[in-house]
Design a protein around this ligand. Structure first.
Ligand SMILES: [Zn+2]
Length: 187
């Protein structure tokens, strides 16, 4: 069961015993800003309700367990073991009341990393335009104004290929069976 001790307006100390540890959380609210400081001190399991006393400008917390008495000093946001128990006697005890929960610490644990979205599959290359220049792939072609370049998928056409008569050397068409000049049988 956590305990709460109000030191003043918007200034509270929360105490909780978990196993052998005492968790001390100092919460102060001022000018719309909330500040929290917490520390864990090895005290052993409480056998009694912890006590809080105002000492000077700080606070002493007295935790009683089967292992003995542990004094914790709180000064501002500094929380640590008190070096001297002598101050306790001259301190002014502050009421400690049970509370149903500790305030949620300001620092939240990191959320687990979300798995990365799978990469989008590569889109087939789209024709690319730059001014009057156009490029496309498959077949690789590039057009710039009225100039065109194309690579691959272009076969050399046998058009314009000339043949000559083996007899007289006159130019003949590939379709010709006989030479038009000397009548030599070509095929
Ligand atoms: Zn001929």
């Amino acid at each position: 069961m956590p305990y709460r001790c109000d030191l003043g307006p918007g200034h509270s100390i929360y105490l909780d015993n978990q196993g052998n540890a005492t968790i001390i959380l100092v919460s102060s609210t001022g000018a719309g800003q909330q500040q929290q400081a917490s520390n864990t001190v090895h005290t052993g399991p409480w056998t009694d309700v912890p006590q809080v006393a105002q000492v000077g400008n700080g606070v002493l917390i007295r935790c009683v367990s089967a292992q003995g008495v542990v004094m914790v000093q709180v000064q501002g946001s500094q929380i640590g073991l008190a070096t001297s128990a002598a101050a306790w006697a001259s301190g002014q005890t502050i009421a400690v009341q049970p509370t149903d929960h500790m305030p949620v610490p300001k620092m939240r644990p990191m959320e687990p990393m979300q798995p990365m979205e799978p990469m989008e599959p590569m889109q087939p290359m789209q024709p690319m335009r730059m001014g009057n220049m156009q490029m496309s792939a498959n077949p690789m072609a590039m057009r710039m104004g009225n100039m065109e370049m194309q690579m691959g998928n272009t076969e050399a056409t046998p058009k314009g290929q000339r043949q000559f008569c083996t007899q007289c050397g006159a130019s003949v068409s590939p379709e010709d069976r006989f030479c038009g000049s000397c009548g030599h049988q070509l095929k």
